[in-house]
Design a protein around this ligand. Structure first.
Ligand code: SF4
Length: 122
């Protein structure tokens, strides 16, 4: 009986540990994405020429997954159509930094880089 209770306790502890790990991972992704947004704006201000040169080498297309629009917190202008594709409510006047994403091979949110439709030869 005590063995059974011990197994239950271990399962409970294991579930709690998993939950804590999931929360820690989300916090980590949120904070790094937020810092990255600040960094890419800062980088843009001092490297415009390089960025526009680099953009000419950007390949592929936006898949309209919308992941970059909620890499940290969800953009207030992000919506999805009936097919699940992202829609920007202010597409015609969207912030310049949005249209530049990703502006070079380093300009990706780490956790969504592999799924983005835009690619650079590395
Ligand atoms: S992550 Fe890439 S493919 Fe997805 S919406 Fe953003 S730019 Fe488009």
């Amino acid at each position: 009986m005590t063995e059974f209770i011990n197994k239950l306790e271990i399962k409970k502890i294991s579930r709690v540990v998993q939950k804590v790990q999931q929360i820690a991972s989300r916090i980590d992704i949120f904070c790094s994405a937020l810092l990255f947004q600040v960094w890419r704006r800062f980088y843009y201000v001092f490297n415009k020429r390089e960025i526009y040169h680099s953009l000419e080498k950007r390949k592929g297309n936006c898949l309209r997954c919308g992941r970059c629009c909620h890499a940290s917190f969800k953009c207030q202008y992000l919506e999805y159509d009936e097919n699940g594709l992202s829609l920007c409510k202010v597409y015609d006047r969207k912030p310049h930094m949005c249209s530049l994403y990703p502006y070079n091979s380093e300009d990706y949110f780490d956790h969504i880089k592999s799924t983005c439709g835009y690619k650079y030869d590395e």
